[in-house]
Write a protein that binds this ligand. Structure first.
Ligand SMILES: Cc1cc2nc3c(=O)[nH]c(=O)nc-3n(C[C@H](O)[C@H](O)[C@H](O)COP(=O)(O)OP(=O)(O)OC[C@H]3O[C@@H](n4cnc5c(N)ncnc54)[C@H](O)[C@@H]3O)c2cc1C
Length: 385
């Protein structure tokens, strides 16, 4: 089963595979070692139009689908998790801007002149992104935003943040804003030194008295959660699953290469010729392929408007994230001390694989959403004011 491919797009795939091979893969180890932001990769991807695949053709973009997002993120994640996460967040924020943002920003994204990201998670409500605590208030002709955002990928590097707050005056849990990253009052309030994805630049950002015009609001006051659920969330969930699938595919390939080229000379066999190693490898390969097949089915469901499309979208990130940590741990064991050291690239991917399950919506939250959606309950309880 293969996911439907977009046919309307200019061929970004050739450029993407060249950039992956020539720019992203060679930098991955050093980005992991130093935590440097993957600027060279981003520049190459912008110039090649890869960051514009989700933008509509009417603003000069590729007019691509979520299948294209998945394809791009998977290909990058196979070689560098940090770069893939930066690109994924750009696409997730782009989805909201495409639906509700101003034309000039949409055109800037479509021409590769604007990188964006999501600023939803907050110090107060943590991974419960559906319940922002930050505020928005009318201030003359403008709106004043105050917030303590806990994680913003590409903080200081992106041109804008898709930013959540409580509503100004409407009922509802959330309003969304498009905040320029250079707006006065914004401050990057810490660094990033995580176990994995070390170059994704996810830092806390505070906003104190940030003034934005009414045109910065994405959609109506109070309906930001609905907008996020319809735009950024599916893009993020599918793209995040593709991220895990890309990582897993690379780890399984590393394991296969290691097992077939490494020999037990006293027995004159390769590691792959040992039945236990072979069976372990088969289990990991199958787990990885299960997640890939689930992602392909999700894309088919979304692409064809199948009745279970929403359910699949709610399931797919957790399916792939949990599989990738299991596969990463299994590959680390299977390849032994060689994988424990940095020479195979397995331990970097193992560390990178740990992020997906705690990124909001976390696996725990998604299990609850899937239960609620399957049992005819609303996704969220009412949030008390
Ligand atoms: C690499 C990386 C990049 C990120 N980039 C961004 C970004 O660009 N933009 C953004 O907005 N956010 C981003 N985040 C933040 C992310 O989406 C989560 O909000 C964050 O990881 C949650 O961490 P926390 O410690 O606040 O989680 P907590 O909310 O404290 O959760 C900790 C654990 O408890 C579980 N848990 C929480 N509540 C419940 C419950 N009610 N029932 C059962 N279990 C529960 C969670 O599932 C989780 O496993 C990023 C995170 C990472 C790791």
């Amino acid at each position: 089963m293969t996911a439907p491919k977009s046919t309307a797009l200019p061929d970004y795939r050739t450029a993407l595979s060249e950039i992956v091979e020539q720019t992203i893969a060679p930098a991955a180890t050093e980005i992991d070692r130093t935590g440097a932001y993957p600027r060279a990769a981003l520049n190459a991807l912008r110039e090649a139009g890869v960051l514009s695949v989700l933008s509509a053709t009417e603003v000069g973009g590729g007019g691509g689908s979520l299948a294209d997002v998945a394809e791009v993120v998977e290909a990058i994640a196979a070689v560098c998790g940090s770069t893939a996460m930066v690109v994924l967040m750009h696409f997730a924020a782009t989805a909201a801007i495409e639906a509700h943002g101003p034309r000039d920003v949409r055109e800037a994204i479509a021409t590769g002149n604007h990188v964006t990201t999501l600023a939803l998670s907050e110090a107060g409500s943590r991974s419960h992104f559906w319940a922002p605590m930050s505020s928005a208030a009318q201030a003359g002709d403008s709106f004043r935003l105050d917030a303590a955002k806990s994680w913003v990928t590409s903080a200081e590097e992106a041109d804008s943040y898709v930013w959540s707050s409580t509503p100004v005056s409407a009922a509802g849990p959330m309003t969304l804003w498009l905040v320029p990253a250079d707006a006065p009052g914004l401050r990057v309030a810490g660094g990033f030194d995580g176990v994995g994805l070390r170059g994704n630049g996810s830092k806390p950002v505070t906003g104190e008295g940030v003034l934005v015009p009414e045109s910065a609001r994405l959609g109506e006051d109070g309906v930001g959660l609905d907008i996020a659920l319809a735009t950024s969330l599916p893009t993020f969930l599918i793209g995040n699953a593709a991220f895990s699938v890309g990582l897993m595919g690379a780890m399984v390939a590393e394991a296969a290469a290691h097992l077939t080229r490494t020999r037990l000379t006293h027995l004159d066999v390769s590691l792959a010729e040992q039945p236990v190693s072979r069976a372990d490898f088969a289990r990991l390969r199958t787990r990885s392929d299960e997640a890939r097949a689930f992602l392909a089915d999700t894309l088919l469901a979304v692409g064809s408007g199948r009745a279970d499309a929403t359910l699949r979208v709610l399931q797919v990130k957790a399916v792939a994230a949990e599989a990738s940590t299991e596969v990463a741990d299994g590959v680390l064991r299977l390849c032994g001390g060689a994988a424990f050291r940095k020479e195979l690239g397995v331990e970097r991917r193992f560390r990178d694989s740990l992020a997906a399950r705690v990124m909001a919506p976390t696996t725990a939250a998604l299990q609850d959403f899937v239960g609620r959606a399957s049992l005819g309950q609303p996704l969220f309880d009412e949030v008390s004011a």
